[in-house]
Design a protein around this ligand. Structure first.
Ligand SMILES: [Zn+2]
Length: 282
């Protein structure tokens, strides 16, 4: 089984996770830029983070047989902080890099006017850079937030097939299905979506434009949730082709719109020493 986790924050995870992910079938990931819990106080702090997503983290992932790409953006949680506004001027040159396969994550957190401005500006940047966009939907008041998100996306003029609207649930999937955007589901250990609810949604809405991710980060989360959804799909009678469509081909198709994905479809087995940490510590 081949799995592509289209939204995971590996910077926050340990090497044991890479080993377990590889063993579960994960061969590729996209890591969107997000907030780190502790607010950043200056633009340089973002640039060092972006450089880590472009350099160190792909290198670390490769030690464990996993191909790592990233999405870059000023995240929703920090979009309203005036100390971070200068990130927008730096982003266009970062969006030119080969390992950047989307703009993201962008969108609303508290649905303020400033967040909306930053969201719109980054949708424009995505159009200019010819990149797809990963859009986060707010965790509070999700239905209203998702509706407004879709309105902003529609007004941007971006083709819906270049937009992935993430963190959906039973209440929000329908409106995104109707919009023509891709639908993302973050599967968490004890809140929001779980594998069985995900399978029920796939039964109702089908597998087209559907993406499943673990969104694992520094909070309670599980990087193997993608594999658990694959197993739940199989147990519910989905074919191996259906499972591979959702867990591999859909993310390849979505991020492939960047023209940069260029994944090795049949990556060599991880180096024999992948079970150990081959990265030298100073
Ligand atoms: Zn995220």
């Amino acid at each position: 089984m081949r799995i592509f986790d289209p939204h995971i924050h590996m910077t926050s995870r340990i090497t044991d996770d890479y080993e377990r992910m590889y063993a579960a079938g994960v061969r590729a990931v996209v890591e969107p830029a997000f907030w780190q819990g502790q607010p950043r106080t200056n633009v340089g702090s973002f640039l060092d983070y972006f450089d880590a997503l472009l350099g160190w983290e792909p290198y670390r992932a490769a030690q464990y047989g996993i191909q790592h790409r990233c999405a870059l953006a000023l995240n929703p949680k920090e979009a309203g902080d005036p100390r971070c506004a200068g990130v927008l001027a730096e982003l266009p040159r970062y969006l030119l890099k080969d390992a950047v396969v989307a703009v993201g994550e962008v969108g609303y957190d508290s649905m303020t006017a400033r967040e909306e401005e930053v969201f719109e500006a980054q949708l424009t940047m995505a159009a200019e850079a010819d990149l797809p966009v990963l859009v986060h939907t707010p965790h509070r008041d999700k239905t209203a937030g998702t509706r407004r998100t879709l309105d902003v996306v529609a007004a941007s003029g971006l083709p819906p097939e270049r937009v992935l609207v993430d963190h959906l649930n039973e209440l929000t999937v329908g409106m995104v299905a109707d919009s023509g955007c891709w639908m993302g589901f973050s599967i968490y250990p004890d809140t929001k979506m779980d594998p069985d609810r995900m399978v029920a949604i796939l039964k109702e809405y089908g597998t087209a434009r559907m993406l499943v991710n673990s969104a694992a980060d520094w909070g309670r989360s599980d990087p193997l949730k993608t594999r658990q959804v694959a197993d739940a799909m199989a147990a519910a009678g989905f074919t191996a082709d259906d499972v591979e469509r959702v867990l591999w081909h859909n993310p390849v198709a979505f991020y492939g719109q960047s023209g940069r994905l260029a994944l090795d479809d049949h990556p060599a087995e991880a180096p024999a020493e992948y079970a150990g940490n081959t990265i030298k510590r100073g």
